[in-house]
Design a protein around this ligand. Structure first.
Ligand code: NI
Length: 282
């Protein structure tokens, strides 16, 4: 009986804890209707990385939510890092198991890229992704159909500020953001760059001053049909919607070290393939 009582208490504690956790996440979420107010979805690819926790603090301090497209083999190598992203109330999508060009790998290898990433993300976070981002933005009808079998909808973007090319020149990235972002934009970043995290820290106040709410892709777009693809690989037309804020209102960055970007892991499962994207596995 005593043992049963203890089990009951544990179950109650788990239930209360679960309720509190979800309440914290709800409190952290900005309850916005993107059909009414201006929203932008900042998305971060290729993590988790050593800079992700700094980004999570920045986003949480700003009451901002984002979507993280995680690479499965990085999640498997750092499940605790992936879990912290979920615990911070962020949305998690799949960026495949090892970031190949999904349109050129052998078609027989495509399902495993989805399955292994979903398994790693589910094991680390308890969340099964419903969104995926094609590495390099590269996909085709056959790959999309396979994604649909795993319940995944593709999410590309309309703003690509080239943060990986502009690593040492964040002014160039910032210019792209200033001229391209408009209400409803989905923005592609990489939290594998220390400079990207710094840029986001200093750019969020600009977005907020312009009345933007920072939301997840799902909050912005609503449910997506598995196998569908949203957005494109290029920048949309210039919007010039944003007005800059005085330099004095941009927060000074803490003296954080700025180590080199974190590369993706080389592809080991598929002979002759290399991990695509900014770092190309290097
Ligand atoms: Ni990528």
């Amino acid at each position: 009986m005593a043992k049963l009582w203890r089990v009951g208490v544990v179950a109650l504690a788990v239930a209360v804890l679960g309720a509190c956790t979800s309440r914290v996440h709800e409190a952290g979420a900005t309850p916005v209707d993107c059909a009414v107010v201006k929203c932008v979805a900042l998305t971060f690819d290729d993590g988790p990385s050593p800079y992700t926790d700094r980004l999570l603090r920045i986003l949480n301090d700003a009451d901002a939510q984002s979507t993280f497209f995680l690479i499965g083999n990085k999640v498997a190598a750092d499940p605790a890092g992936a879990k912290r992203i979920a615990e911070a109330g962020m949305e998690i999508g799949s960026h495949t198991w090892e970031h190949p060009n999904m349109t050129t790998i052998p078609s027989a290898e495509v399902p495993a890229q989805f399955a292994k990433a979903n398994d790693a993300i589910r094991a680390a976070t308890g969340v099964t992704p419903t969104l995926w981002r094609p590495p390099g933005g590269l996909t085709d009808d056959a790959v999309n159909a396979r994604a649909g079998e795993f319940g995944l909808a593709g999410i590309l973007w309309d703003v690509i500020p080239f943060d990986w090319i502009n690593d040492a020149d964040t002014d160039a990235t910032r210019y792209m953001l200033m001229t391209q972002i408009r209400p409803g934009s989905v923005v592609l970043f990489h939290d594998t760059y220390s400079s990207t995290v710094d840029l986001v820290a200093q750019f969020i106040p600009v977005l907020k001053a312009n009345g933007y709410h920072l939301v997840t892709v799902s909050r912005l777009l609503g449910p997506r049909a598995p196998g569908s693809v949203y957005g494109g690989r290029e920048n949309g037309p210039p919007a010039n919607d944003l007005r800059d804020i005085p330099a004095g209102e941009i927060p000074v960055l803490p003296a954080t070290p700025s180590p080199p970007p974190m590369p993706n892991f080389p592809i080991t499962d598929i002979a002759g393939a290399n991990s695509g994207g900014p770092n190309n596995g290097g």
